[in-house]
Ligand binder design. Sequence first.
Ligand code: MEV
Length: 299
Amino acid sequence: MTTTCSAPGKIYLFGEHAVVYGEPAIACAVELRTSVSAKSADAITISSDIGTTGLDFEVHPYVSFAIKKMDSPNVSIEINSDIPVGSGLGSSAAVTVATLAAINIECRLGYEKEDIARMGHEIEKEVQGAASPTDTFVSTFGGVVEIPSRKRLNLLDCGIVIGNTNKGASPKKTAKLVKQVAQLKEEYPETINPIIKTIGSFARQGEVLVSEKDYNSLGKLMNVNHGLLDALGVCTMELSVLVYAARNAGAYGAKLTGAGGDGCMVALTDSPRDVAAAIEKSGGQAIITRFTSEGVKQV
Ligand code: MEV
């Protein structure tokens, strides 16, 4: 038997970086998925775009830690992903969660989804040194979620376009940018603390706007959120070029998503093709997607 599970990536509607200081954020699963197949085998093998290895904590760290954590019999693992790696879309959480879920079913280990989310977070911490539980939680359960309360909000039905600068992809980038913001905050607390608090206020207002599906207002606040992330020093010119291209093409709003330092931006729009064309014309790679309520699932 072979078991295949897929898990989604995510975007932040509001609140990255401020969430590190206890402010609320809104994170949303998107219909870009990583599929992992697990099959009982004589020896452990892990196959992906990068190549085929055994248990290898350098080449396939997330999957290797997941196999180790589940203490399962030998399995062969095959990974296929739509999610750009290391670009702020939760690719590492998706591969970790999908691997845990596939092994869980294939080896009949009996873990619940809560266990998968918890173990996924532990693995991200082991590999990265630090990680918030946001990505693994959203990838496991799907939906539009307020963090840290884990409150599930209404699913949004408007289009999303992701713009990838195809630059700055690195799993170590998040830690570096979080540290950079911490240093700025320490140096200029009177200036930076109110910015962080204001970013937190977007998630509080966003909760109501999401329930009303008020895309105009959500878009306006996304634009302000982007400006404040820029003020925190985590934006780049390449990202802002894509953000402005999306807004000029009629998006309700657009902002960087994730840690920043290049990587990806996200636009909310009812005309995804126009916005995608504008992003591509400005040198980015556009991905049209949608919100999804489905977290990890067997396929
Ligand atoms: C990175 O995707 C989001 C940050 O807020 C860091 C975190 O929450 O762990 C920058």
